[in-house]
Design a protein around this ligand. Structure first.
Ligand code: HEC
Length: 141
């Protein structure tokens, strides 16, 4: 009888602990690629700059932008960073910037904004990612 009590206790503790571990693991699960927004005529100035200003330019502007990538101008965004172009005009699904914000790059260190960054800048919403995709698919103007 005593043994069974221990077994029950172990299960009672292990199950919630297991769930808690699964829940933390889920935070780091790669995302899916949200569909491109249906909106036409998406532009950097009209639609994308506000998103970048809100979530990216704290680290991606100024004299020493992270990854040598500036996102505070259209030229900077198109030029890319130390790893080359992050945007392939006309192909959002192959653009590394999109894979990073959608958490599709394999290494979660690559996700943007970085998880748990000190500035507490959270991930983009699927709607914002959809708009960035539409902008890139429409030629990144
Ligand atoms: C809190 C700081 C921070 C924020 C906010 C941030 N990034 Fe980054 N970003 C980094 C760092 C750090 C690197 C990697 C630098 C390195 O590896 O040398 C990086 C690298 C990148 C790169 C790769 C550049 C290259 O060629 O190496 C892309 C693309 C990128 N970020 C996009 C974004 C986008 C889009 C946003 C906003 C949605 C964003 N980042 C927000 C810090 C940030």
């Amino acid at each position: 009888m005593k043994n069974q009590t221990w077994i029950k206790l172990t299960f009672a503790l292990a199950v919630p602990l297991g769930l808690a571990l699964t829940a933390t693991a889920d935070d780091a699960t790669p995302g899916t690629l949200p569909p491109a927004a249906a909106k036409q005529g998406v532009t950097y100035t009209g639609d994308i700059k506000p998103i970048f200003d809100n979530s990216c330019t704290k680290c991606h502007s100024g004299d020493k932008p992270k990854g040598r990538l500036k996102l505070d101008s259209l030229d900077g965004a198109l030029k890319g960073g130390k790893e080359g172009k992050a945007i392939i005009a006309g192909n959002s699904a192959k653009s590394s910037l999109v894979l990073r914000v959608a958490h599709l790059s394999k290494d979660d260190d690559d996700w943007m904004p970085p998880q748990h960054n000190r500035a507490h800048i959270g991930p983009l919403t699927p709607e914002q990612i959809g708009l960035i995709r539409a902008w890139i698919d429409q030629g990144a103007k």
